[in-house]
Design a binder for this molecule. Structure first.
Ligand code: ATP
Length: 475
């Protein structure tokens, strides 16, 4: 079953249960405190908080998401993308736990020829919150093997916004891929074997005094109880398509194939290369989707995340031996693979690709200017007493050759050589205070530099943890 078909089935199923199908919101988060939409519930926060009236008390969506928090996992685990799609069903003060559990079980286990997703019930596991006997009873009523239910505490299976407001237990659904993939014993025993596919959140409490995930005060029961669920479309797709990971599914794999063609390397022959192939396929797709929602590369906020994704793609392809431009080959392939689900990509592609190719050209020039100098700094470091690239060299690379420190850290790190980050930061601070002193002179001795700092705070990505806690409620 193609990924787009799975999404359609999910939405059709919930439509049959009286849900309004709501189109995906933009990847640009409607909430000013987060850069990207990180979960299906983000566009519905005002309804979940009871601040606005929803168009229907039951909605379902397939939300485009970007999670940069997971970037280091990409290509190494089987299940983390920077871009992914989150399917969900939501009840705003309408149905609650019993229906939510029933719908999930029914959709997952109904055979495919009868409109379901056709998972073997024996492969399903759930985690439930310590106090939530009701959820365990409901799962058992549906047919879930009681041996396949793990009980976890507040840290893992309780959700709050991170502040006063609604909160409640959650229950995560996992698929056991079988003994070939790791230790038996349930989700806590092996996260390569047991793959989390769907998280059901039962918002039934009002909480306050939330000091941490485990230190909060439950005020009482909410009058309007909500259901908020999120299922990872790519995870469901890879398991149903009999693939090994999300990068091998139909909407992602064509980019790996294109990267194979231009690099002459084969996917599946060597783990180090495979991670690079997967990073490329993931990042090209994320960049495409982010740009299609209007973001362009820059040095701040979303634009900087995008710049990093494009640069990591180019670098990973270099590690696969390709020094020529890669995006003109890879981006159209990703666009074609995604356009079935997102036909609007065809309209935005001309502008998106021009901006992406321009960014690749600029980055290639940066790499050409700085690479030899960095190689020399790394060789010098290998022979030095402390074995580190000096702060002075890292600073020169940044200052003279436009080599971002992250790139220096990454390239040196690949060769097992650390960088004197503190030394680099010290030199950066010195440069900043010199620039400030100069600016002071120019501005007739009036120190307005305080406004520069203020502006920087506005431009910098804001690390708001509330919704991250929401998104990683299950961790
Ligand atoms: P994990 O612990 O596996 O990283 P999570 O607990 O962060 O997942 P949730 O925040 O509960 O996941 O998100 C709901 C669902 O969205 C998950 O069950 C999963 O199927 C999917 N999902 C979450 N993060 C990603 C990601 N980076 N890539 C692909 N799918 C994801």
């Amino acid at each position: 079953m193609r990924t787009s078909e799975i999404a359609k089935r999910f939405q059709r199923y919930f439509e049959r249960q009286g849900h309004l199908v709501v189109p995906s919101a933009s990847l640009i988060s409607p909430n000013p405190t987060t850069l990207f939409t990180i979960a299906g519930m983000v566009p519905f926060i005002p309804y979940l908080l009871g601040e606005q009236t929803p168009p229907s008390k039951r909605v379902t969506s397939n939300q485009k998401c970007v999670r940069t928090l997971d970037i280091d996992e990409v290509g190494k685990t089987t299940r983390h993308g920077t871009f992914f799609q989150m399917l969900g069903n939501f009840s705003f003060g309408d149905y609650f736990k019993e229906e939510a559990i029933h719908y999930a079980w029914d959709l997952l286990t109904t055979p495919q020829d009868k409109g379901g997703l056709g998972f073997d019930p024996d492969t399903l596991w759930v985690t439930t919150y310590t106090d939530d006997d009701e959820a365990r009873r409901l799962w058992a009523n549906e047919g879930m093997d009681p041996e396949h239910m793990e009980i976890l505490g507040m840290e893992d299976n309780f959700w709050t916004t991170g502040g006063p407001g609604p909160g409640g237990p959650c229950s995560e659904i996992y698929v056991d891929r079988g003994p070939a993939y790791g230790k038996e014993g349930g989700p806590s025993a092996d996260d390569n074997r047991y793959i989390e596919i769907w998280d059901l959140v039962f918002e039934n409490y009002e909480v306050d005094n939330v000091k941490s995930k485990t230190d909060l005060h439950i005020v009482g029961e909410l009058t309007n109880k909500n259901i908020d669920t999120g299922a990872g479309l790519e995870r469901v797709a890879y398991l149903l398509q009999g693939k090994q990971n999300i990068y091998e599914t139909d909407e992602v794999y064509p980019v790996i194939e294109a990267a194979e063609r231009i690099s002459g390397h084969k996917y599946g022959e060597n783990e180090q290369d495979d991670v690079r192939f997967r990073v490329v396929a993931d990042h090209v797709r994320s960049a495409l989707m982010i740009m299609s929602d209007g973001v362009r590369p820059s040095n701040v906020g979303r634009g900087y995340v995008l710049r990093r994704l494009l640069r990591r793609t180019v670098r990973s392809m270099r590690m696969l031996g390709v020094n020529d431009p890669v995006l003109p080959t890879l981006m159209p392939v990703s666009k074609d693979a995604m356009a079935l689900s997102y036909p609007e990509l065809n309209d935005t592609f001309h502008d998106v690709s021009e901006a992406a190719y321009g960014e690749e050209d600029a980055f290639r020039r940066t790499l050409e200017n700085g690479s030899t100098i960095l190689d020399m700094a790394v060789s010098k470091a290998k022979e030095s007493k402390d074995g580190m690239v000096s702060g002075k060299d890292a600073f020169a690379l940044h200052d003279t050759y436009g080599f971002p420190i992250e790139l220096t850290l990454e390239i040196a790190g690949e060769q097992g050589v650390p960088v004197d980050r503190a030394g680099f930061d010290g030199l950066m601070a010195e440069q900043k205070s010199r620039a400030r002193a100069d600016a002071l002179k120019k501005r007739h001795n009036v120190d307005v530099s305080v406004y520069d700092d203020f502006k920087k705070t506005l431009d910098a990505p804001i690390d708001f943890t509330g919704y991250r806690e929401y998104s990683s409620r299950a961790k």
